[in-house]
Design a protein around this ligand. Structure first.
Ligand code: NAP
Length: 340
């Protein structure tokens, strides 16, 4: 190791000590020991992975299903800076993944069944096998919420869907409905006008929750009819699947039947946090309680992106969280080293 001639002896000794300690720790690490494990391969997880691996931490990002998370089922992302005109969600995520593995991030598929907090180490049971880390970042995101009405489950894949980008093309020239009034419902309704003969946007209030620009596009689109103050009371089906729905007016209680072959449910999301419910403090609806520096109720465990308590759930905020979580993980590991 070479030092600048002006660096005092004391500091040189401390640097050499820290270097040797780091080498010792790395030597002791088996293949399943990591500095940082990140659970979730969406924008928050990938950014955490990029920052952690770039900080030379031995890092692993685990994903249960598809790398890229919710963005893989998103059409055009118009509010990610640097892409005037927008970029397709899957394309953006492929670029994210390419970028983070460039710095040596390991990625793997697996379901985390349990997390055990052993203080300085966290043990994860992944598909029955153990992995350990010194800092853990949870970036598991959210999944679409179901409507919870009779017949919904049985008609999934036979007319009921939770993803317009995945299933929209199956509904060419037929009437469909989108349920919900948020950004997702508005984006899905607009996207589905490419295929469907008519799109009924069913919203339980008289005002959409979606951002103004999306509201304007919905109201200006001739193929979209908004069923205001309406909820789906029941579904109707025949041999080929969904055939209609009964809508109920939330103000008058009146019902009416609409013909449908597709129903896209976009009534919000639920955080994917059931596997940590015993370990971390969460809100009543399951979001991990985390401060603005992504610290959770357990030292050494950080939460980033949509699965945590936050004021905004966007790609840009997930990315910011991922970066902060990785830096906090690095600081935590440094503290552990100095205590050792
Ligand atoms: P959301 O903002 O929570 O909206 C859910 C919508 O579904 C609301 O309009 C809600 O009605 C309605 N709803 C909830 N439960 C219902 C039920 N049981 N029956 C009928 N309607 C019901 O969820 P989201 O649209 O999935 O968005 C989630 C987050 O992602 C948000 O923060 C959103 O801004 C963000 N996002 C951003 C973008 C973007 O920036 N391009 C795109 C998609 C999502 P009420 O309005 O009456 O509560």
């Amino acid at each position: 190791m070479l030092f600048h001639a002006g660096l005092c002896k004391d500091i040189q000794v401390r640097i050499i000590g820290a270097y040797r300690l780091e080498k010792e720790l790395k030597k002791k690490m088996s293949e399943t020991d990591y500095d940082v494990i990140i659970i979730g391969g969406g924008p928050a997880g990938m950014t955490a992975g990029l920052y952690a691996s770039r900080a030379c931490l031995k890092s692993l990002m685990l994903e249960k299903m598809i790398m890229g998370g919710q963005m893989m089922t998103t059409t055009k992302v118009e509010n990610w800076p640097g892409y005037p005109g927008g970029i397709e969600g899957p394309e953006l995520m492929m670029r994210f993944q390419e970028h983070c593995v460039e710095f040596g991030l390991e990625t793997d598929y697996g379901t985390v069944e349990k997390i055990i907090d052993n203080g300085d180490h966290k043990t994860l049971i992944v598909d029955g096998k153990e992995k350990t880390c010194r800092a853990l970042i949870i970036a598991t995101g959210v999944i679409p919420r179901k409507l919870g009405i009779e017949g919904e489950e049985g008609l999934v894949g036979k007319g009921v869907s939770y993803c317009a980008t995945c299933d929209g093309a199956f509904f060419r020239d037929v009437p469909i409905a989108v349920i919900g009034g948020g950004d997702t419902a508005a984006e899905e309704a607009l996207f589905l006008t490419r295929f469907a003969s008519r799109v009924t946007l069913v919203h339980r209030r008289d005002e959409l929750r979606a951002t103004k620009i999306l509201q304007e596009r919905i109201l200006q689109n001739d193929k979209i009819e908004v069923a205001w103050n309406s909820v789906v009371d029941s579904l109707e089906s025949d041999n080929s699947g969904l055939s209609g729905a009964v809508l109920r007016d939330t103000q008058t209680g009146e019902t009416r039947k609409i013909e449908l072959q597709g129903m896209f449910v976009a009534v919000g999301v639920t955080p994917t946090t059931d596997f940590i419910a015993d370990l971390l403090e969460t809100t009543e609806d399951g979001y991990i309680k985390a401060d603005e520096d992504t610290h959770t109720s357990v030292p050494g465990i950080f939460a980033a992106g949509d699965c945590r308590t936050t004021v905004l759930r966007q790609v840009s905020t997930a990315v910011g969280d991922g970066a902060v979580a990785a830096i906090m993980a690095e600081k935590h590991i440094e503290k552990l080293k100095h205590r050792a």
